[in-house]
Design a protein around this ligand. Structure first.
Ligand code: SF4
Ligand SMILES: [Zn+2]
Length: 150
């Protein structure tokens, strides 16, 4: 990466285009960065009428802005949203209700699979699993007399 590129990136980071419409630019900037415990209500009131409130909030969330009011929210309020989003990321939007067995390759409801508490549902359905167990026992039974004979 060359230096010109670096500088362009830095400038783009400093000033995203939506900031041209930022309502707070026309007001007292100090209100948006209150002292610890200071009032945030004046700033929030401005944000309520700001045309780029959504962009502003997304920007702050994305860049992990830790100070001041952004998009009408304080840092603790933004932290809550970040936490919530992280949680949502971990949970699939739609929980699976069925899966495909690696044995018979038929897609069946989860109730057709044994649930192992740690690793979730088994790869093979109950029927395939039972068939495999049966086969194993039969093989063992067949082997026994041979072993004895040996
Ligand atoms: S939402 Fe609030 S902090 Fe963000 S640009 Fe608008 S007025 Fe400024
Ligand atoms: Zn199966």
């Amino acid at each position: 990466m060359n230096e010109g590129n670096d500088r362009r990136h830095a400038r783009a980071r400093q000033r995203p285009p939506w900031q041209d419409q930022a309502l707070c630019a026309e007001t007292d900037p100090d209100a948006f960065f209150p002292e610890k415990g200071g009032s945030t209500s004046d700033a929030k009131k401005v944000c309520q009428n700001c045309p780029v409130r959504a962009e502003c909030l997304e920007y702050a969330l994305e860049h992990d802005e830790r100070f001041g009011i952004w998009g009408g929210l304080s840092e603790p309020e933004r932290r809550k949203i970040r936490r919530q989003r992280r949680r949502e990321d971990r949970v699939p939007a739609v929980a699976a209700t069925e899966k495909t067995c690696t044995g018979c390759e038929i897609t069946k409801p989860l109730s057709e699979f044994h649930l192992r508490s740690r690793s979730g549902y088994e790869h093979r359905c109950k029927a395939c699993r039972a068939a495999a167990d049966r086969e194993r026992w039969q093989r063992r039974k067949l082997r026994k007399p041979l072993e004895r004979a040996a």
